[in-house]
Design a protein around this ligand. Structure first.
Ligand code: WT7
Length: 635
C-alpha cells in the first residue's frame, strides 16, 4: 500500500517539493509502478508547441499495473462490483483475478479480429462490466480506446468514429437506463451507414432485443470473446504512446478528440485518486459517473484499479425505481467513498429526505463532487443529509483535458470551504490571469484560470489536429495552459471555479459548444439563424436557451416547430443536448462586424430586460425590443 499525504502540514511540504523539484517529485511517484524499461528523462515540455513528454523512453503497460501487479497480494479481492439498473436483478462481483481473465479474453478476441497496437477501437456501450473489461483489453493490446457515451446520437457517434477512423466498434443490443431501454445496435447501424472505416462490430447481448447482424461485419460478443485464453502478454507501450481518445466539446467546431498518454496518465490517475479520496485498503469506492466521460475513465476504471481498490459500477440512474436508489446502493455495498455530480445532488434534494433516511449510510467516510460548481445549498444538503456532518466533501475541479483532478481538498486534510475547490494538488501550479494575460499574483483576485507547468496526465494533442490543440489551449496565454474557466482566489489562496468563460455550456456536468447546438438547429429547413446560450437552471446547473430566427411567412404552430427543432438537436447530438427554451425572434443582437452579442442574450434569457450593459456597439438597437416580443416555448 502506497503512502499518502496524511496531514495538512505534509500537504504543504509535499506541494513545496513538487514545485521546487518536480522531476524528483514525479520520479518518486512513477517508481512505485512496474515498468518494462525505466524512463530516460522525467519531463520535457514546450507549451508553445503544445508538446509535453513524461517519463520519456519508459516502457509499460497500464493494465499490468492495474491488474497483474495486484495478483500476488490480492487476487481474490473484489476489483469491480457491478450494480444493475433493476434493483431486483443480481449484482455481480469480479475479483482482480477474474477481471484479469476477462480482460485477457477480450484482448485475445480483439487480436484475432486483427486489432493491433495503435488501432482505434470505439466503445459504444451501456454501463456493464464488459465495458470496463473491453476498455482495459484495448489498453492491454495497445489499441487506443475511444469510448463514446451511449446517450449520443447516431450522427454524433459517426462523427467520432470517422474522426479517428475506428476500424472496430464494440456495442450492445441495448442499454437499460431507468425505465427506458435504448436500442444501441440500431443507433450503431444508422451511424455505420456513414462510416466506411468500420470493418467489424461486436455486439453484447444485454437486453435481449432482436438485432440485425450484418453478414461479414457484425458478430456476437460471446462468439468472439468467451472461448479465448485467459492469458495475454501485455503489449509494451512507450510512456508517450496514446492510451485513449475522448471527445469533448469546445467553443468552436466539432468536438475534439482529446488524446491522453500511457505513462503520465497512469501515474497521475493513481496519485490523485489515492490522495484526494484518502483511499485506505479495503475501502469500497463508488463513482456514479458513466465510463463515457473522463470521470469514468480516470475514477471508475484506472485510478481505483491502479490503487488496488474495489470500484463500484452502476448501470442505472439516481431516480429509478425511486429517489433512494443511490442511498440503497451505498447501504447495500457499504460504500466508504462516494463520488457524484452536483446535478444529481440537486435532483435528489428535490425529494423528501425520507428517501435518504430509510437507509443506513454509516459506512460513508468521504463524499466527492465533480463536473460543475457545487452551489452552497447543494453542498450543505449533501454534507448534512448524506454525510451526517461527518464526511468531508471533496469538490474536485478538473477537465477532460487534464486527465485527473487538479484542484481539490484532500479528504479530511484540507480545511473545507463550501463552493471552493480549495487548493491545487501537489505538482499543479494554477495561475489567475486578467483579460490582458497579466498574471494576478495576489490573493483576493478574479480572472481566468490557467496552469503554469506541465503535469503528467495533461492532454498530449487533439486527434489528427495538433494545431487545434495549440490554438485552443496554449495560444490565448503564451506559456500557459488555458482552462476556459473563470475563477477567483480568496484571502487564503483558495480557488473557487465560477464556470466557463468561453462559448461552452455545462448542462448537468456535460459539455456542449453553443456552435455545435446552433449547427444542429440550423439544419431545420425553416430556420434562418440561431443563437444558443446557457442560462441558470435549478437542477442542471445550466440549461440550453435557443433564440431562433425563422423563415418569414412561416405560419405553422410554434409548439410543433419547436418540437421539430428539438428533434434536430436529438438527431445531431443526442437527447442530452435538448434545448430547454426556444424563443422565436426576428433578429439577433449583432455588432457591426456581425458577431452575435451573447452577453446581451444571456441577460435577456435571465429575464433581465433593463440592465443590458453597453449596447452602443449594436448594429441595430431596435433588435432588442423585437427579441423581447418573441414567442417563448418551454420544453
Ligand atoms: C468543465 C470540464 C472533470 C470531469 C467532469 C467534467 C467544470 C468540473 C468542476 C468543479 C467547478 C467544474 C469546469 C470545467 N467543472 N469540475 N469541481 N467546480 N466547475 O469534465 O466535461 O471536461 O468539463 O467542467 O467548467 O472546465 P468536462
Amino acid at each position: 500500500m502506497l503512502r499518502k499525504i496524511d496531514s495538512f502540514e505534509q500537504y504543504k511540504t509535499e506541494y513545496k517539493t513538487s514545485v521546487e523539484n518536480p522531476e524528483k517529485f514525479w520520479e518518486e511517484k512513477a517508481e512505485q509502478f512496474e515498468w518494462h524499461r525505466k524512463w530516460a528523462n522525467v519531463v520535457s515540455c514546450n507549451f508553445n508547441e503544445a508538446e509535453t513528454r513524461w517519463f520519456e523512453n519508459g516502457k509499460l503497460n497500464i493494465t499490468e499495473n492495474a491488474l497483474d501487479r495486484h495478483l500476488t497480494t490480492q487476487a481474490n479481492k473484489p476489483a469491480i462490483i457491478w450494480e444493475p439498473n433493476n434493483p431486483s436483478d443480481q449484482h455481480k462481483t469480479f475479483t482482480y483475478k477474474e477481471v484479469h481473465s476477462e480482460v485477457c479474453k477480450i484482448a485475445n478476441g480483439l487480436r484475432n479480429l486483427g486489432v493491433k497496437k495503435g488501432d482505434r477501437v470505439c466503445l459504444y456501450m451501456p454501463m456493464v462490466p464488459e465495458l470496463a473489461f473491453a476498455t482495459l483489453a484495448c489498453a492491454r493490446i495497445g489499441a487506443i480506446h475511444s469510448v463514446v457515451f451511449a446517450g449520443f446520437s447516431a450522427k454524433a457517434l459517426a462523427d467520432r468514429i470517422n474522426d479517428c477512423s475506428c476500424k472496430i466498434i464494440l456495442t450492445a443490443d441495448g442499454a437499460f437506463r431507468g425505465s427506458k431501454t435504448i436500442e444501441l445496435k440500431k443507433i450503431v447501424d444508422t451511424a455505420l451507414n456513414h462510416c466506411e472505416v468500420v470493418e467489424r462490430t461486436v455486439v453484447l447481448n444485454r437486453c435481449g432485443i432482436p438485432v440485425q447482424l450484418k453478414e461479414g461485419r457484425d458478430l456476437w460478443w460471446e462468439q468472439i470473446f468467451d472461448n479465448q485464453s485467459a492469458e495475454f502478454t501485455a503489449e509494451s507501450m512507450d510512456s508517450e504512446d496514446p492510451l485513449f481518445i475522448l471527445y469533448t466539446s469546445g467553443s468552436t467546431g466539432k468536438p475534439k478528440g482529446v488524446q491522453h498518454s500511457s505513462g503520465g496518465y497512469m501515474v497521475y490517475a493513481e496519485y490523485s485518486f489515492r490522495n484526494v479520496f484518502q483511499y485506505e485498503e479495503d475501502d469500497i469506492y463508488w463513482c456514479t459517473a458513466d465510463i463515457g466521460w473522463i470521470t469514468g475513465h480516470s475514477y471508475i476504471i484506472y485510478g481505483p484499479l491502479l490503487a488496488g481498490a474495489t470500484t463500484v459500477m452502476f448501470e442505472g440512474v439516481p431516480t429509478f425505481p425511486n429517489a433512494g436508489r443511490f442511498w440503497e446502493i451505498c447501504e447495500k455495498h457499504k460504500i466508504n467513498l462516494f463520488y457524484t455530480a452536483p446535478t444529481a445532488i440537486r435532483a435528489l434534494q428535490a425529494y423528501s429526505t425520507d428517501f435518504v433516511n430509510r437507509h443506513n449510510l454509516s459506512s460513508l467516510k468521504v463524499l466527492g463532487s465533480v463536473g460543475e460548481p457545487i452551489n452552497e445549498e447543494a453542498w450543505h444538503w449533501y454534507h448534512k443529509n448524506i454525510g451526517k456532518e461527518k464526511c468531508p466533501i471533496v469538490d474536485t475541479w478538473w477537465q477532460t483535458e487534464t486527465g485527473g483532478i487538479l484542484i481539490s481538498p484532500l479528504a479530511g486534510i484540507t480545511p473545507l470551504k463550501p463552493g471552493y475547490a480549495s487548493l491545487p494538488l501537489p505538482g499543479i501550479q494554477p495561475v489567475i490571469v486578467d483579460s490582458l494575460g497579466n498574471e494576478l499574483t495576489e490573493n483576493e483576485v478574479e480572472g481566468n484560470l490557467c496552469i503554469k507547468r506541465p503535469w503528467p496526465s495533461m492532454l498530449r494533442s487533439t486527434w489528427g489536429d495538433h494545431e487545434r490543440c495549440k490554438s485552443t489551449y496554449f495560444k490565448t496565454y503564451p506559456g500557459m495552459y488555458f482552462t476556459g474557466d473563470g475563477c477567483n482566489r480568496d484571502i487564503n489562496g483558495y480557488y473557487r471555479i465560477t464556470g466557463r468563460v468561453d462559448d461552452v455550456i455545462n448542462v448537468s456536468g456535460h459539455r456542449f459548444g453553443t456552435a455545435e447546438i446552433e449547427n444542429a438547429i440550423n439544419e431545420h429547413p425553416d430556420v434562418i439563424e440561431s443563437a444558443v446560450i446557457g442560462f441558470p437552471h435549478d437542477i442542471k446547473g445550466q440549461g440550453i436557451y435557443a433564440f431562433v430566427i425563422t423563415q418569414p411567412g412561416e405560419t405553422g404552430s410554434n409548439d410543433l416547430f419547436s418540437k421539430e427543432i428539438i428533434e434536430k438537436v436529438v438527431e445531431f447530438i443526442g437527447p442530452i443536448a435538448k434545448p430547454d427554451k426556444i424563443q422565436f425572434v426576428s433578429g439577433l443582437p449583432k455588432t457591426r462586424s456581425g458577431k452575435i452579442m451573447r452577453r446581451i442574450l444571456r441577460k435577456l434569457a435571465k429575464g433581465n430586460h433593463h440592465d443590458l450593459g453597453d449596447t452602443s456597439t449594436l448594429l441595430d438597437p431596435n433588435v432588442i425590443d423585437s427579441i423581447k416580443l418573441g414567442i417563448l416555448i418551454e420544453a
